[in-house]
Design a binder for this molecule. Structure first.
Ligand code: NAG
Ligand code: NAG
Ligand code: NAG
Ligand code: NAG
Length: 383
């Protein structure tokens, strides 16, 4: 194309304007997509624990807070989909599911639920989430009340699945409780993910108490135990199985704790260790500490509620319910119900973990039954 000389500067000007317009369009767009006011980023809290370690109780402490969207063990859906797999093979799927749920993307459950219409009640233990029992998920209860699971289950079970995502997006804190992580490495990408603000509450419990509690719920834990042990499961004698499972659990709790110590300082601050026994000895103070760590206010009605439930007022007894009935006594029950021979064997299996976490070993039946002997070290491993 031949242009008259006079036109050339004009064309140059037009092309420069076009480039500028394009630039403005591209960048202006992304400027506009930023929130006009700097909105505080949601806080993502992972209650990392194992079975029968008081994690339902800790989950409830978070879940009943009016600023918290809570889900209990979302990875249950993965494990029950792949019952012949192993914990290690499912690790990444569990990690990716947790990440999606933190970001309120509930489409991630598509892979693990039956096709077709579903309700919020399709979610495992959904009624344990106060957020799914109050607006915008369900208009029957108000957001700032303590909602009993049984009432919620009865009155909010017809809500469509879509309300889960909507509810999730309306909270400043998303808290997930999970028992299906066996090391910390799998969580590193989430700790470093700039779209997340991940904080870990690592809840541990005396393995002897866990062992006793697992004996009482062996049937319910069967499928999970099989996945934990993988191919080894079938080769083990039935009476050996509980010790091997405990060995894996103790080892993974230990590794998680140790891995934290080698993290950079900035990441170490995203980890809090809590012993169940410390929590039942002083529930108000320990709860206050957990709330403070994740930036939640310890509201007066929550203080009364925590006080009440740890003194045996209300709440059920079933394996998946929060059993806080005389929690202090329950936490010691293994001392008069487990035979010393079992305790001794378990102590061999979990020796390192118990030593590191401050659970004193007993050397005789006499020591085990002597309740004036305190087996909890006052040294708190990490704060
Ligand atoms: C605590 O218990 C008292 C006495 O049983 C009861 O009146 C009160 O409503 C309870 N409060 C909460 C928040 O559970
Ligand atoms: C704790 O439980 C045991 C066994 O059920 C019982 O013998 C004991 O009296 C209880 N102690 C307290 C302080 O409730
Ligand atoms: C536990 O480990 C320590 C140090 O390795 C050892 O001295 C102790 O005998 C072990 N105890 C048991 C009960 O295995
Ligand atoms: C129980 O332990 C306490 C504290 O160590 C000790 O003083 C007491 O003698 C022990 N009692 C028995 C019967 O072993």
């Amino acid at each position: 194309m031949i242009l008259p000389k006079k036109m050339r500067p004009l064309l140059f000007l037009v092309s420069q304007m076009a480039i500028f317009a394009l630039f403005f369009h591209l960048y202006g767009h992304s400027f506009n997509s930023l929130p006009t006011k700097e909105e505080p980023k949601p806080m993502h809290v992972l209650v990392l624990s194992s079975w029968r370690s008081g994690s339902s109780f800790v989950g409830q402490l978070f879940g009943q807070h009016p600023d918290v969207f809570y889900l209990m063990e979302p990875a249950w859906h993965i494990w029950t989909t792949f019952t012949q797999s192993t914990a290690w093979r499912l690790h990444m799927a569990v990690r990716d599911l947790i990440r999606a749920v933190f970001l309120c993307d509930m489409s991630v459950f598509d892979a693990y639920m039956k096709p077709g219409p579903r309700r919020q009640s399709s979610l495992f233990q959904w009624e344990n989430s106060r957020a799914l029992c109050s607006p915008p998920a369900c208009n029957i209860f108000s957001r700032d009340m303590i909602i009993p699971q049984a009432h919620c289950k009865l009155l909010c079970n017809q809500q469509p699945f879509e309300v889960v995502e909507k509810a999730c997006r309306s909270y400043s804190h998303v808290v997930l409780k999970e028992v299906r992580f066996f090391n910390l490495q799998v969580l590193y990408p989430l700790l470093r993910d700039p779209s997340l603000n991940l904080h870990i509450v690592h809840l541990v419990r005396d393995p002897r108490a866990v062992f006793r509690s697992r004996e009482h719920t062996a049937g319910e834990l069967m499928i999970d135990s099989r996945i934990v042990m993988g191919e080894h499961w079938e080769k083990l004698k039935e009476e050996e199985q509980p010790y091997y499972v405990m060995q894996v659990i103790c080892q993974s709790q230990l590794e998680i704790y140790k891995a934290v110590q080698s993290l950079p300082k900035a990441l170490r601050q995203r980890y809090m260790l809590i012993r169940y026994e410390d929590l039942v000895r002083d529930p108000i103070a320990q709860t206050a500490q957990m709330y403070k760590y994740v930036g939640l206010k310890f509201l007066p009605h929550l203080q009364t509620w925590v006080y009440n439930i740890t003194r045996g007022k209300g709440m059920g007894n079933h394996a998946f319910h929060t059993n806080a009935r005389n929690a202090l006594n329950v936490s010691q029950a293994w001392r008069w119900t487990l035979p010393y021979q079992k305790v001794s064997r378990l102590q061999k299996v979990c020796n390192d973990t118990m030593t590191l976490l401050g659970y004193h070993l007993v050397r005789s039946e006499q020591e085990q039954k002597n309740l004036s002997l305190d087996l909890l070290s006052t040294w708190t491993p990490s704060k």
